[in-house]
Ligand binder design. Structure first.
Ligand SMILES: O=C(O)CCC(=O)C(=O)O
Ligand SMILES: [Fe+2]
Length: 329
């Protein structure tokens, strides 16, 4: 499928393919950024990425702007042909909690894009609060319901338990799965809603759902209040659910949750990411997950890098010491 400026022309997430010229311009900007400072998490590097974004090819900035205004029926955008320095890539990391704190072309691409869509953000409790996090399979974690695992990862809104969960999740592929088994999955409520009978929508709209934080967030001072799974405009609602962590607190809610899971499954897409592909998922309307795959832990496994985006940083000010990009709880 081909797409112009984020407007879909077929089924599946909108795609935007960069021209080789535009890709080269982005690479030059990324390398310039790497020459300024070495620490990805330094707010000055984020500031430099924000300035650099303004100089990126207009076609990319237009696609990002259009997506930001309306992420479309699938709530996802796939940008292809981004520079990731593929020839100089080290072996895929195999350790738990691995992050990218040193400036690199891929980290620069992620932070420039984050500044184009809003601001980057991370949670102190997760992957040590790094703005650019590795998504790699980790030995011994195969059945873990998190990005270090390799069994099927259940569909979820990212950090669904959190009041300041990301607005967008960006996943940049540095190295494709050599076995071609792994696929990012996306499923949006905009396509699932018409499949749901009105009583189910009504049940999903009641504050009768409870979502547990992942163990990494530890014991939280504030209990996560019960919440609706669908909220906002009844014709274009936001969705908040993690099928590995959300439960209905009433039989009616539990039943509706199963119906929602089935409807989302029916409208899901599986995207085999290649090096240079950036998937952007609108976490307010679209869930994501991953198929099972078979890592070999030999340095050639699938390697993504992930950065979260908040579109209104101010709203989370009370969670961010020194007005930085890291939410402390
Ligand atoms: O591995 C993937 O494709 C997705 C992993 C994921 O859900 C995440 O990193 O947030
Ligand atoms: Fe995720």
């Amino acid at each position: 499928m081909t797409v112009t400026a984020g407007i879909p022309t077929g089924s599946g997430p909108a795609e935007f393919a960069l021209t080789p010229d535009d890709s080269a311009r982005i690479e030059a900007a990324a390398r310039d950024l790497c020459g300024t400072l070495l620490d990805v998490d330094d707010p000055r590097w984020v500031a430099a990425a924000r300035s650099a974004w303004e100089e990126l090819p207009p076609a990319l900035r237009r696609a990002a702007r259009a997506y930001r205004r309306d992420s479309g029926p699938t709530g996802a955008l796939l940008i292809r042909g981004l520079p990731v320095d593929a020839t100089a890539l080290p072996p895929t990391p195999t350790v738990k909690g691995s992050v990218q704190r040193e400036a690199s072309v891929s980290a620069a691409v992620l932070l420039m894009m984050a500044c184009g869509l809003g601001d980057p953000a991370a949670f102190r409790a997760e992957k040590s609060g790094a703005l650019v996090q590795d998504v790699v399979p980790v030995p011994g974690q195969e059945s873990f319901q998190g990005n270090a695992g390799s069994v099927a990862l259940m569909m979820h809104n990212e950090n669904a338990f959190h009041g300041h969960r990301p607005d967008h999740v960006m996943l940049l592929c540095l190295r494709a799965d050599p076995e071609s088994e792994a696929g990012l999955r996306t499923a949006g409520i905009r396509e699932a809603l018409p499949l749901l009978p009105p009583p189910v929508v009504e049940a999903l709209s009641r504050p009768e759902f409870s979502t547990q934080p992942p163990p990494s967030f530890g014991a939280r001072s504030e209990a996560t209040p019960h919440h609706p799974a669908l909220f906002g405009d009844p014709h274009d609602p936001d969705v908040r659910v993690d099928f590995a962590a959300t439960s209905g607190v009433t039989p009616r809610a539990e039943e509706a949750l199963h119906a929602l899971e089935k409807a989302l499954d029916d409208v899901s897409y599986t995207i085999p990411l290649a090096a240079g592909d950036l998937a952007i998922v609108d976490n307010r309307v679209t869930l994501h997950g991953r198929t099972a795959f078979s890592p070999r832990y030999d340095g050639n496994d699938r390697w993504l890098q992930r950065t979260f985006v908040l579109t209104d940083l101010r709203r989370s000010r009370g969670y961010r010491p020194q007005d930085g990009y890291i939410l402390s709880r």
